[in-house]
Design a protein. Structure first.
Length: 254
């Protein structure tokens, strides 16, 4: 083979080596899609029939009075929506129904100096079918609250009082505030029930709990049946405020 042919052949072999079939690229594994981890949401247990009835009756009365709302932010109070009032001609008789539930049919919405918030609570409990041995109807909140404190620990007790840092309020429960200038009475056990005698109090029915917000409905609140919107503390407990110094949560076990 001549020297020229030898060089040409080497060149051809060299070119065919660079331009020939290449090594196939490695097969990489397909990326694995990340499966989102679902975090279970802890939901409150469903309301018992009795609790549901209490909440529904309270909401119906609030609807009837025009859905007045009161919002408490710290020590500030606002009324973004005003409803009907106790002495409106259209609602005078409704307040009479509340008074009749506690054996005082001679009073109605025109008796504006007579606080009817306890009569309202008693009416709601009666309409919801709560027996009187569990919730004794009363014209003053201290009467039925004393009953709960005195019987605390008894078997079958339907309403159990707790300090506001001992129990987180739930729909169907009651929350109570003092209206006395000297503060709330100490309720450490049944022996302290007498401390409630003739205390001026106010109680509302818890109807909704959502996150850090608690909604309660009560009578004789700014002259109407009102829904109050409260902010719970960082641990989910009721916190006293200047206009409503809450001191007890009454757990509903019915």
């Amino acid at each position: 083979m001549s020297k020229i042919k030898t060089i040409a052949l080497c060149a051809c072999l060299s070119l065919s080596g660079c331009g020939g079939q290449k090594k196939p690229p490695p097969v990489l594994p397909s990326p694995v899609a990340e499966v989102p981890v679902s975090v279970p949401v802890k939901r409150p247990p469903p309301l018992s029939p009795t609790k549901r009835a209490i909440v529904n009756v309270a909401k119906a009365e609030w609807d009837y009075f025009g859905q007045q709302r009161i919002v408490y932010q710290g020590n500030e109070e606002s009324i973004p929506h005003v409803g009907f009032w106790e002495d409106d001609d259209s609602h005078v008789f409704r307040v009479n129904m509340y008074w009749s539930a506690v054996g005082m049919p001679g009073l109605d919405g025109n008796d504006c100096k007579q606080p009817w918030s306890a009569a309202f609570i008693s009416y709601v409990m009666q309409r919801a079918g709560v027996p009187s041995f569990q919730f004794p109807p009363a014209r003053a909140h201290w009467v039925y609250l004393k009953h709960f404190v005195r019987d605390n620990g008894m078997p079958g007790q339907g309403f159990v009082p707790h300090g506001i840092r001992e129990y987180r309020a739930q729909p169907g429960d009651l929350i109570c505030a003092t209206r006395e200038h000297y503060g709330a009475p100490m309720l450490r056990g049944p022996a302290d029930a007498s401390f409630l005698d003739n205390n001026k109090l106010h109680c509302d029915i818890v109807v909704t709990r959502e996150g850090s917000t608690l909604e309660v409905i009560g009578g004789n609140v700014r002259n109407s049946v009102s829904k109050s919107v409260l902010t719970l503390d960082g641990s989910g407990y009721l916190q006293p405020i200047k206009r409503r110094p809450w001191f007890v949560v009454v757990e509903n076990r019915l």
